[in-house]
Design a protein around this ligand. Structure first.
Ligand SMILES: [Zn+2]
Length: 119
């Protein structure tokens, strides 16, 4: 499990752990549109299993977004007097917008790893 998490953040192929999934080196903290390799350079494992494969990654992205919003809420609520202060909402929205590209890339990587045993 720890190895899989390390491989997800390391942008590694789910089958062999050597090839890269995304073409960019720094995939998690860049503001570029994600460009994926079609297959692994080491083992030729295809990352896109079928057309529309990454539509399911939206659910992963949604989960990541909710988790990030909750974490942002709990951190931001420490700086406000009331726990349900409406000024927290713009803070959450700004954090969610800043993490959009991070979520797109990470959710696709997680989605690929969820289906790594299916050939
Ligand atoms: Zn591979």
């Amino acid at each position: 499990m720890l190895k899989a998490i390390k491989s997800v953040f390391g942008n590694r192929c789910p089958k062999c752990g050597k090839g890269k999934v995304y073409k960019d080196k720094n995939i998690l903290f860049s503001l570029k549109t994600p460009k994926m390799n079609d297959e692994c350079s080491a083992c030729h494992n295809k990352f896109i299993k079928e057309p529309g494969f990454f539509i399911g990654a939206m659910y992963v992205s949604y989960g990541l977004g909710v988790a990030e919003a909750l974490i942002t809420y709990f951190i931001a609520s420490q700086f406000f007097d009331k726990s349900l202060d409406l000024r927290i909402i713009p803070v959450i929205v700004i954090v969610m917008i800043l993490l959009t590209f991070f979520n797109i890339k990470l959710s696709r990587l997680i989605w690929i790893y969820m289906f790594r045993s299916i050939k």
